[in-house]
Design a protein. Structure first.
Length: 274
């Protein structure tokens, strides 16, 4: 067994620092790179995240057919709750009209995305806490598979919050545009995302329970993030097409004007007959 303080502090540092780094990187990049590319990158991460999370929920026990009993009912019910709850909470914020939500709701949408993505951290934290409590190893790193496993965890905690950062870049207008306000927003989103992982680590160390249910809830919540990222992915591509159509209309009208015979003016037209 590894002590609670040692394991919890290690989990805190290895989670909050990569999260802050990932959020800072993606929001900074959004100032240099067209937003549609930022959103497309985040949407790719979301595919990986969804597969990872639904695997943690034992694929919602679909392999059991209808014979999974109450455990299967609980997993599926939590998945449905994860889907419905976030859509209900966000129902008045133009979830199906993302272009209408841009710059309108402050940090609300990115924070909801942070909560939705952070829920799966309850399951991750619980698994971490249970392992730290039950291991016979004196090294926390060895208890979780060595250096490779540790690096893999840090990298995946860099990638996950980039989905939050993409939503922040699309839906939020920076107040004042100062570095200080940007860092405060990044820090707040990082804390909101990390809190479920810390709660999971603490409770998983002290109590024994099945973390599958938290992964099921997180998988359902991820459906909300799909809508928040998919909308801007298509909306942000429209202005370029519209601009292209306008350009061709202008060129077409110019060519039509040039091809239309124009009246010629000669000195005879200017003569005044008396």
């Amino acid at each position: 067994m590894i002590g609670f303080a040692e394991s919890f502090l290690t989990w805190l540092v290895s989670t909050i620092l990569p999260t802050f780094a990932g959020l800072s990187a993606i929001t900074w990049a959004s100032k240099k790179v067209p937003l549609r590319y930022i959103v497309a990158f985040a949407f790719g991460i979301l595919f990986w995240f969804f597969v990872d999370t639904i695997s943690g929920s034992a694929v919602l026990d679909v392999n059991s057919g209808f014979g999974g009993g109450l455990a299967q009912v609980g997993v599926v019910l939590l998945f449905v709750i994860g889907v419905v709850s976030f859509f209900w909470v966000d129902r008045k914020r133009d979830i199906l009209s993302p272009q209408s939500a841009v710059g309108k709701y402050g940090l609300t949408i990115p924070l909801l995305v942070a909560i939705a993505l952070g829920i799966h951290g309850l399951g991750e934290g619980a698994a971490f806490g249970a392992t730290a409590y039950s291991t016979s190893s004196t090294s926390l790193l060895n208890a979780f598979g060595g250096l490779t496993a540790g690096v893999a965890y840090i990298l995946h905690k860099v990638l996950e919050p980039m989905m939050i950062g993409a939503c922040y870049s699309v839906y939020t207008k920076p107040e004042g545009g100062t570095v200080g306000s940007w860092l405060r927003s990044v820090f707040l989103m990082s804390i909101v995302f990390v809190i479920p992982s810390l709660l999971g680590a603490a409770t998983g160390y002290l109590l024994a329970y099945d973390a599958t249910y938290f992964f099921a809830l997180g998988t359902g919540a991820a459906i909300y993030v799909v809508f928040r990222l998919a909308g801007p992915l298509f909306v942000l591509a429209k202005p370029r097409r519209a601009e292209s159509r306008s350009k061709w209309r202008y060129l077409g009208s110019s060519e039509s004007w040039r091809s239309t015979p124009q009246p010629s003016f000669t000195p005879e037209h200017d003569q005044i007959k008396i």
